[in-house]
Design a binder for this molecule. Structure first.
Ligand code: PHE
Length: 462
C-alpha cells in the first residue's frame, strides 16, 4: 500500500487549515450575522464561543486525525473498533455533501461577481436596490447559476486531484498570502473613508440589549462553521500530520487567523456601508446587493470591487477543497480507491447534490419547507441543516468521545506528543495541571451541555 501523503511543513499545514477555516463564513456570513444581531454584542458572544468551545474541539478534531491517520469514518473505527462511533464519522461525510451543495453556489456567485467587477458592471448601479434586482435577475436564469457553480466546482476538483502536497497545500500556500494582502488593502481603504468611525463603533461598541438566547445559538453555530468543525474537515487535514507536529499551537494559530480575518472583513465592509449611509442589517444580500454599488462608487472603486470579489472567491476555494477532501479521503481509505477515482466519483455526486440548491433561485423557488416559521428552499435547508444541526451535532459527539470514551488523560497525552518547542507560541499551554483541568472542564461539561441547550432551544423545547 502506498504511504499516506503528508504536509511538507508545519506552515503548510497551518496555511491549509487556516484556508479551510477562512471562507465564505468569514466574509459573506459573519458580517451579515453580526449586522443583524447587534454588531459588537454579537462579536463578544462569538469570541467566547470560539475560545471556550471552538478551540478545544479544534484540537480534538485535528488530534483524532493525526492519531489515526484516517478519514472520519476510519478514525473512529481505528480508535473504537467497529462500534456505532463510525456513524459519527459517516455524519461528517454526509455533512460534507450538504455543505458543499450550497457552499459551491455561493462560490459560483463569487466567481460570477469577480467577472462582473472586471467588466465594470457595478459602476452603472445607482444604489443597492438596483444591484439587488440585478442579482435576482441573474439568479432567475438557471444556466447562469449552474454555469458559475460548475466553474467553481471544477477548480476545486482540479486542486484535489493534485494531491495533498501538490494540490491542497500548494493552493493554500499560494492563495492565503494573496487573501491577506487584499483584505489589508480593503481595510486601509475602508478606514480612510469619511464616517468610517461609525462602522468601527458598530463593530466594537456593544449594545447588550441586543443579546438574547438566539444570539447565542447563532454564535455557537457560526463558531463551528467558521472553524470548519464538526464534520471531519480538520480531522482529515490532521490525518496528513505526523506525531512531531504541535497541534495545540497550530490550533491557536488557525483560530487566531480565522477570527482576525472575520473581524477585518467586518471592518472592510461596515466602514464602506456606514460611510455611504446604508443599513448594516441587510442579511445575506449584504455582500451581493449592498456592496457592489457602494464599493464601485468609491475613488478607485473599479479595482476595490474587483479585489473584494476576488477575495471572496479565494476564501471559498480554499475552504471548498477541505469540504470535498473529507469524502474523497473516505473513499481512498475505506474503499481503497485511487485519489483520481475517488475525486471523480465524489465530485460527480456532490455536484449533482448541489443542483437543487442552484435551482432554488429559479425553477425550484416555490418548493419550500416550513422551518422556524419561514419558507425554506433547498438552498436554505442545506445551510440550516449543516450549520445549525450537523456541525454542532458532530462537535457534541467529538466532545463526548474525547471527554468520556477516550478520556481527558489520553487525549491530553496524545495532544502533547507533538514537538512543543513550537515556531509560534513556545511551550504548549496544556502542560500545566490547571490548564489540563480547564481543558477537561470545557470538553467534558461546558461544550456538550451548551450544545445540548442550543438544540433544545432551537427546536422550541425550552
Ligand atoms: N470554515 C468555512 C467557512 O468559514 C466553511 C467550512 C465548514 C469549511 C465546514 C469546512 C468544513 O467558510
Amino acid at each position: 500500500m502506498s504511504k499516506r501523503e503528508q504536509w511538507s511543513s508545519k506552515t503548510g499545514f497551518i496555511l491549509a487549515a487556516a484556508g479551510s477555516a477562512v471562507g465564505l463564513g468569514n466574509i459573506w456570513k459573519f458580517p451579515y450575522i453580526a449586522g443583524e444581531n447587534g454588531g459588537a454584542a454579537f462579536l463578544f458572544i462569538y469570541l467566547i464561543c470560539i475560545l471556550a468551545i471552538g478551540l478545544p474541539i479544534l484540537n480534538i478534531e485535528i488530534l483524532l486525525g493525526r492519531e489515526t491517520q484516517k478519514n472520519p469514518v476510519g478514525a473512529f473505527k481505528k480508535i473504537h473498533g467497529d462500534s456505532n462511533w463510525k456513524y459519527v464519522g459517516a455524519l461528517g461525510v454526509f455533512a460534507s455533501f450538504t455543505i458543499l451543495s450550497f457552499y459551491s453556489i455561493v462560490g459560483g456567485w463569487s466567481v460570477a461577481y469577480t467577472v462582473e467587477a472586471l467588466k465594470g458592471t457595478f459602476a452603472s448601479f445607482p444604489d443597492p436596490e438596483v444591484a439587488g434586482e440585478f442579482f435576482n435577475l441573474k439568479n432567475s436564469n438557471p444556466y447562469w447559476v449552474l454555469g458559475y457553480h460548475t466553474l467553481f466546482f471544477l477548480s476545486i476538483i482540479g486542486i484535489i486531484l493534485s494531491g495533498v502536497k501538490g494540490g491542497l497545500e500548494k493552493a493554500s500556500k499560494f492563495l492565503m498570502p494573496i487573501l491577506l494582502f487584499i483584505l489589508f488593502a480593503l481595510v486601509v481603504n475602508g478606514l480612510m473613508l469619511p464616517d468610517s468611525d461609525k462602522g468601527m463603533e458598530f463593530l466594537f461598541s456593544p449594545d447588550w440589549s441586543k443579546i438574547n438566547p438566539s444570539t447565542f445559538l447563532l454564535a455557537l453555530g457560526h463558531a463551528f462553521f467558521t472553524l470548519s468543525l464538526g464534520m471531519g474537515a480538520m480531522m482529515t487535514y490532521g490525518s496528513y500530520l505526523s506525531d512531531n507536529d504541535d497541534i495545540v499551537n497550530a490550533s491557536y494559530m488557525v483560530a487566531f487567523l480565522d477570527t482576525i480575518i472575520a473581524i477585518l472583513a467586518g471592518v472592510a465592509i461596515f466602514t464602506v456601508v456606514f460611510s455611504s449611509g446604508y443599513d448594516p442589517t441587510a442579511g445575506p444580500g449584504l455582500v451581493f446587493h449592498v456592496l457592489p454599488p457602494l464599493l464601485s462608487q468609491l475613488p478607485g472603486g473599479y479595482i476595490f470591487a474587483f479585489l473584494f470579489f476576488l477575495l471572496l472567491t479565494i476564501a471559498a476555494v480554499t475552504s471548498g477543497i477541505s469540504i470535498l477532501e473529507v469524502s474523497v479521503a473516505y473513499l481512498v481509505d475505506e474503499l481503497k480507491f485511487s485519489r483520481k477515482k475517488a475525486t471523480m466519483i465524489m465530485g460527480v455526486l456532490v455536484y449533482l447534490a448541489a443542483i437543487p440548491c442552484a435551482l432554488s433561485f429559479n425553477l425550484l423557488s416555490d418548493v419550500t419547507l416550513p422551518i422556524q416559521g419561514k419558507a425554506f428552499t433547498f438552498f436554505d435547508v442545506a445551510d440550516f441543516l449543516a450549520s445549525n444541526i450537523l456541525l454542532p451535532l458532530g462537535g457534541f459527539f467529538l466532545a463526548i468521545f474525547a471527554g468520556y470514551v477516550w478520556g481527558i488523560d489520553s487525549t491530553v497525552k496524545a495532544l502533547l506528543k507533538g514537538d512543543s518547542g513550537s515556531l509560534y507560541f513556545g511551550n504548549s499551554i496544556l502542560e500545566s495541571p490547571t490548564s489540563k483541568m480547564i481543558f477537561g472542564f470545557l470538553i467534558k461539561y461546558l461544550s456538550p451541555v451548551l450544545i445540548f441547550l442550543v438544540f433544545l432551544y432551537q427546536f422550541g423545547w425550552i
